[in-house]
Ligand binder design. Structure first.
Ligand code: ACO
Length: 334
């Protein structure tokens, strides 16, 4: 932990390093056709998903997180982690209820850092960015390693075709630290509405939801309700994030939404009146890998030369809770 009071009021946190990882095993829609009563046509038209990456049987969320951090080091060099004093892993598929997966990452990379897991479902990684921004801008921390890592396919009910086809596994990691003007996290919007808890849940140690309904043993989702919620909240959260940043959607170079369903992404894009070339879509390749989806999409955008230093990026996500989050990030420096 670090508390440097100098220049605290001027400090703005931004992203200075990025890494991502998708497991090697790929399962296509055709593979799923052989496993259950579904079709490539149904999955493609309803979701936009063509394939997803699945963690190996002996590969867990901590392993995915390690690989994403290794990828970050490969991209940015060993110094990228120097001075990291907090590790946050956003996940709802941790290896264990405790210890935190973040503590395993801390140990693996021998960081002199605090470590905790954060559970806000799919928007968890954006929540982690928001917490990291607060820690850095307040002077509490110097560098935060914010990871989204998810082995969702290990909690999916493979006999439920309405959810099994949607999810994939993966991880993304960023370093958040103070950056000079005009870069950094201009706004972060975080929201929740627990009255929608019954639409998306999985049992841990509790027995039932607040309304008395039993908690599901494997991932349960009311897809139609989540769909309606997602379309509404992607709109309100992005507008709020833009307003907070003092920007208009015209200023946004790239829209990087949570990759759950192409129809939800399209609805959000239309409401923002953004042309298709300003939207990052990876749902076809990865499916919905929850907290990993936005950092993986960002990595793809960087790798394909779609992000330049100084670009304003609009990020948004939604998920179980129900929760949502949005952010405007000015990419760079470097
Ligand atoms: N293959 C073939 N048919 C299927 C499949 C499948 N995999 N799944 C469902 N169907 C059938 C249903 O049984 C239903 O048949 P019926 O009309 O005979 O009853 C029909 O397809 C239509 O089902 P709907 O549920 O109405 O399909 P919908 O168009 O709503 O699409 C979907 C379902 C894709 C799940 C959509 O509702 C959705 O994407 N919702 C949002 C999910 C989401 O984004 N979740 C993110 C949060 S995840 C997190 O936080 C962990």
């Amino acid at each position: 932990m670090h508390d440097d009071v100098s220049n605290r009021s001027q400090r703005r946190a931004g992203v200075t390093a990025l890494g991502a990882y998708a497991p090697e095993r790929i399962v296509t829609n055709q593979d799923l056709e052989a496993m259950m009563d579904t079709s490539d046509e149904w999955i493609t038209t309803r979701t936009g998903i063509k394939r997803r990456h699945l963690a190996a049987d002996d590969e867990f969320t901590s392993d995915l997180a390690f690989r994403a951090v290794e990828n970050l080091l490969a991209r940015h060099g060993d110094d990228a982690l120097a001075g990291v004093d907090m590790v946050i892993v956003a996940t709802h598929t941790p290896d264990a209820l405790f210890p935190a997966t973040a503590a395993l990452v801390q140990d693996r990379f021998k960081l002199a850092a605090g470590a905790f897991d954060l559970l806000a479902a799919c928007p968890g990684w954006l929540y982690a960015l928001g917490i990291a921004k607060g820690l850095v801008e307040s002077g509490q921390c110097r560098k935060v390693l914010a990871i989204g890592a998810e082995a969702l396919t290990k909690i999916v009910d493979w006999t439920d075709r309405s959810t099994a086809v949607l999810f994939g596994d993966g991880a993304g990691a960023v370093v958040v630290e103070a950056v000079p003007e005009p870069y950094g996290l201009r706004s972060v919007v975080l929201g929740a509405d627990g009255s929608g808890a019954q639409h998306l849940h999985k049992r841990a140690v509790g027995r039932c939801l607040p309304n008395g309904d039993p908690l599901a043993e494997t991932l349960y989702m009311n897809g139609r309700e989540v769909f309606k919620f997602a379309v509404r909240v992607m709109n309100t959260a992005t507008i709020e994030a833009l307003e907070k940043a003092g920007l208009h959607s015209d200023d946004i170079r790239l829209f990087v939404p949570h990759q759950a369903n192409l129809r939800i992404i399209e609805a959000a894009r239309e409401r923002l009146e953004l042309p298709r070339e300003r939207v990052v879509v990876t749902v076809d390749e990865y499916g919905n890998n929850s907290t990993a989806s936005i950092p993986l999409a960002l990595a793809k955008a960087v790798d394909t030369g779609r992000v330049q230093s100084g670009d304003h990026l609009l990020l948004v996500s939604f998920g179980a809770g129900l929760t949502w989050a949005a952010s405007v990030l000015t990419w760079g420096p470097g």
